[in-house]
Design a protein around this ligand. Structure first.
Ligand SMILES: [Ca+2]
Ligand SMILES: [Ca+2]
Length: 530
């Protein structure tokens, strides 16, 4: 079996999914509109006792006298932890996602700014090292006494260890390739071969019968970069219209110099192009979302969707990537990686994900390839272990689960601030399944062609982007749909496999692109076949 090297940003183990083989806060109102988050006073809960707010890893460090970087989670969050997103969904199920987004973002930013300013003042710190609004959280390096003091503050909900080494402050903006501006060629299947996974998911019927190739949808590819110069990708790479590439200037003043096709948040580089044979992962996943077949084979589910290329390492950087995607108009985030053993930090990631979904970003990724190398409930790993993130497992051409596809359920009983979905029942995962391969062509990163035949490369890193591509088709059919409704449509239109109903092997079943796009279109009040 061919083995891919994992990308390992510093001390984090981050595996690509190809093995080959609280209390509600009072929120401002918008005119006479109802509040964004319905208050439920009965659910208001007191914070933890100071000692219980400190993660065991932080406690061990300060007990030995160490000054360490920590993540302070603020008390004020947009959504209540346990059922906040569910309540938000009920309140906003029919709201227009694109109109809801700026309201959610404004509230998230206002909450974070206010409370983080207070915490800094109370701790006597001039500034944070990193600050998030997608969850109200910030990174500070604190002495043991400062950690103990932070834990006594009502504004501090929890203190996590900070496990990332952040990029240096001298970012590099130079891009190795700036594509010429050229008119997008009309998409056509004429004379093209279509990869069988794309065909079997029903995507070509969406293109031809519904006239929907993913136009208008922007997919964040949170991966290791991609060869966006590949002929099958170059028409579909997203551009930041407010940024002039390679001029060394942060033209749009978003803190990222020359972020034109996306950004490498992990290293502070604008360059997101990778053509090296050892690192083709992001080119493969990009191609499965939107490879348009210019050079002969259509590998993409949504061949007229746009791709925003992002690179991140640990939880804080991934939170920054969520923020970037939301602020720059992405509709979907494709996440073909897994991070195991994050402990309580899984809770931070879940909070960020719930807020991102509320802000209209569909989160999706492969379920993992750990059926034989990890025990349940640790086979589906972060971030796909999060309820609001769509985990895509894998089946073969006979619709039988593949030997490596991670099994559910997952558990949250051990995670601080959560404690729900305890074993043995846990949380059902995966959510749906697609085709992890091998034996269908994928883009070659090093040249303009394909890996074809591809008898070896397989994994749920390929299943996740199929889910992301279908999410693009859903949102292209109906851009106003809430992100959680995209997840629901994927699940409800999936073809049930194995045990009738949802199960811990294949979830709701095999993704059906045509049924999903048709459902989305019907919800938009447009009859199919028009
Ligand atoms: Ca910029
Ligand atoms: Ca620039």
């Amino acid at each position: 079996m061919h083995h891919l090297s994992s990308r390992t940003p510093r001390q984090l183990t981050r595996t690509h999914l190809l093995t080959i083989g609280a209390a509600c806060v009072c929120l401002g109102c918008f005119g006479s509109a109802p509040p964004l988050v319905p208050r439920d006073e009965s659910r208001a809960v007191a914070g933890l006792a100071p000692d219980a707010k400190i993660d065991p890893a932080v406690k061990a460090a300060i007990d030995s006298g160490k000054t360490i970087p920590v993540i302070l989670l603020g008390h004020d969050q947009l959504l209540e932890r346990l059922h906040g997103l569910e309540r938000f969904e009920r309140a906003h199920d029919d709201d227009n996602r694109l109109q809801l987004r700026p309201r959610v973002v404004a509230e998230l930013k206002a909450l974070a700014a206010r409370e983080q300013r207070d915490i800094l003042r109370l701790l006597g710190k001039p500034r944070t090292e990193r600050s998030l609004w997608i969850a109200n959280a910030m990174v500070l390096t604190l002495t043991p006494d400062e950690v103990r003091r932070a834990a006594t503050l009502a504004d501090v909900e929890f203190i996590y260890p900070s496990i990332e080494q952040f990029a240096e402050q001298e970012p590099v903006g130079k891009l190795s390739l700036v594509l010429p501006r050229e008119a997008r060629r009309p998409f056509s299947t004429a004379g093209k071969r279509i990869a069988w996974n794309v065909e079997r998911l029903g995507a070509p019927r969406v293109w031809t019968e519904l006239g929907n190739r993913g136009e208008g949808a922007v997919i964040g590819i949170l991966d290791g970069g991609a060869n966006y110069g590949h002929p099958d990708l170059r028409s579909n790479v997203w551009r930041n219209a407010r940024e002039i590439p390679s001029n060394g200037v942060d033209d749009d003043r978003n803190g990222y110099i020359d972020d034109y096709y996306g950004y490498d948040i992990a290293t502070g580089h604008a360059e997101v192009r990778d053509t090296t044979p050892q690192r083709q992962h992001g080119t493969w996943t990009s191609g499965i979302v939107a490879g348009d077949g210019t050079n002969g084979i259509i590998t993409g589910v949504a061949p007229r969707a746009s791709l925003m290329l992002l690179i991140a390492g640990g939880p804080i950087e991934n939170g920054l990537a969520y923020e970037y995607a939301i602020e720059n108009g992405a509709d979907v985030m494709s996440m073909s990686f897994s991070i195991p053993n994050l402990g309580n930090l899984r809770g931070l990631w879940r909070m960020m994900s719930d807020h991102a979904v509320a802000a209209g970003l569909v989160l999706v990724g492969g379920a993992g390839n750990f059926q034989q190398s990890a025990k349940v409930p640790a086979q589906v790993q972060t971030p796909k272990d999060i309820p609001s993130v769509i985990a895509v497992g894998g089946v073969d051409t006979a619709s039988a689960l593949v030997f490596f596809s991670s099994l559910g359920p997952v558990e949250w009983g051990s995670v601080a601030l959560y404690g729900d979905f305890a074993m043995p029942a846990g949380l059902l995962k995966p959510d749906v399944v697609a085709y992890p391969g091998p034996n269908y062509p994928v883009l070659a990163a090093g040249d303009s062609g394909y890996i074809d035949p591809n008898p070896k490369i397989q994994g749920n890193s390929f299943s996740g982007p199929q889910g992301a591509g279908v999410a693009a088709l859903i949102l292209s059919a109906n851009p106003s749909l809430a992100a959680w409704r995209v997840k629901r449509i994927l699940e409800e239109t999936a073809r049930d496999l194995e045990t009738p109903g949802r199960d811990v092997r294949t979830g709701w079943g095999l993704i059906d692109a045509f049924a999903a796009a048709q459902r989305a279109r019907a919800l938009a009040g447009v009859s199919a076949g028009r």
